[in-house]
Design a protein around this ligand. Structure first.
Ligand code: P6P
Length: 335
């Protein structure tokens, strides 16, 4: 019997990874499987969002001051519920919650990890059927297991992440996650209800021809950023172009596309929002970790995203991420 089937489920893959680390406790593998379970539940609702009355505002305003859509709330509760009842997570920080949630029970207090999550990013696109996603980062806690986790466990530099990933609820539903050993993508097979390995060992092409930015803010960007964007628009065959502009306003989809095909995604600071719009801890850090493992780069325009010491759970940062050589060209404009 062929025991080396190529089509591995997420569970089989994470367990197989354990074989390479016999001393591993399996906690991280269980954590990733828990996330996969919650993602499958969210996927069901996202897929039928157009059919049932789950659209529309939940009537509340989240910490971002944005209308909360019911699907945001549902997604947050799914991940919160699965992780709280799992055995691999001591607590969680979420875009949808003002403060961290400490899973203060004996098993959770002995867990090694905490999670930062954006349960449903791009939710403003829900009503118009544009792909949306979940983004998460896994940190080893700095406080001593055995006691409840605290805020210091969450305000860590992104380079401390042990794993990070995202789910894109699109034409197909994919879960992509990275550890320091590599980036792997799993596509949900609805016929068996399992994420199956479809994109092993993802590497971001060193060069691409896609640049992603909201041109609507162009005149609010720093002059050096404007110069780079203009350079992207005037690339020729001789200078590595021509480039194409792709931006759907859903970060998970935009960055996923550029990770696979090569490209650069930018959400710069503007005169109105000098720190940009995107959140460091649960949007930028996870993607920066994934992109670096895949061979790309991610900065705030001045320093490596993963080196930034956070001071607040919901702090924003300007964000530039993508193919190594494109990021290095950007740096010649904005250094
Ligand atoms: P803008 C979605 O609301 C989001 O947080 C990201 O997914 C996306 O990249 C960005 O905002 C889009 O923002 O200002 O260009 O509409």
């Amino acid at each position: 019997m062929d025991f080396n089937r190529k089509i591995l489920t997420l569970d089989e893959f994470t367990i197989q990874q354990l074989r390479d680390f016999p001393k591993a406790t399996g906690e991280l593998s269980r954590l990733l499987r828990d996330i996969g379970l919650a993602a499958k539940r969210v996927n069901v609702e996202v897929n039928k969002a157009g059919l049932v009355d789950i659209l529309g505002d939940a009537g509340t305003i989240n910490v971002q001051g944005e209308d909360v859509k019911k699907l945001d709330v549902y997604a947050n509760n799914q991940f919160l519920g699965v992780l709280r009842h799992g055995i691999s997570c001591a607590g969680l920080g979420s875009e949808e919650l003002d403060d961290i949630v400490v899973f203060d029970d004996e098993i959770s207090n002995n867990s090694k990890y905490v999670i930062m999550i954006d349960p449903l990013d791009g939710s403003s696109n829900i009503d118009v059927n544009v792909s949306i996603g979940t983004i998460f980062g896994v940190y080893r806690r700095v406080t001593t297991p055995g006691k409840p986790c605290d805020r210091s466990d969450f305000l860590q530099r992104g380079r401390n992440q042990v794993a990070a990933g995202y789910i894109v609820y699109g034409s197909s539903t994919m879960l992509v996650y990275a550890t320091r050993r590599g980036v792997n993508g799993f596509t949900l097979d609805p016929s068996i209800g399992e994420f199956t390995l479809s994109h092993p060992n993802i590497k971001c092409p060193e060069k691409g021809k896609i640049y992603s930015v909201n041109h609507g803010n162009f005149y609010q960007y720093d002059e050096k950023v404007k110069k780079y964007i203009t350079a992207c628009q005037t690339k020729t065959k001789e200078t590595g172009g021509p480039y194409t502009q792709r931006y759907i306003g859903s970060m998970v989809s935009d960055v996923h596309r550029n990770l696979i095909k090569g490209g650069i995604f930018m959400y710069p600071g503007t005169t109105g929002k000098p720190n940009g719009k995107l959140r460091l801890l649960y949007e930028c850090n996870p993607f920066a970790f994934i992109m670096e493992v895949a061979g790309g780069k991610a900065t705030n325009g001045k320093e490596r995203i993963l080196d930034i010491q956070p001071t607040e759970l919901h702090q924003r940062t300007p964000f530039f991420i993508g193919s190594k050589l494109m990021m290095e060209e950007l740096e010649t404009y904005i250094a």
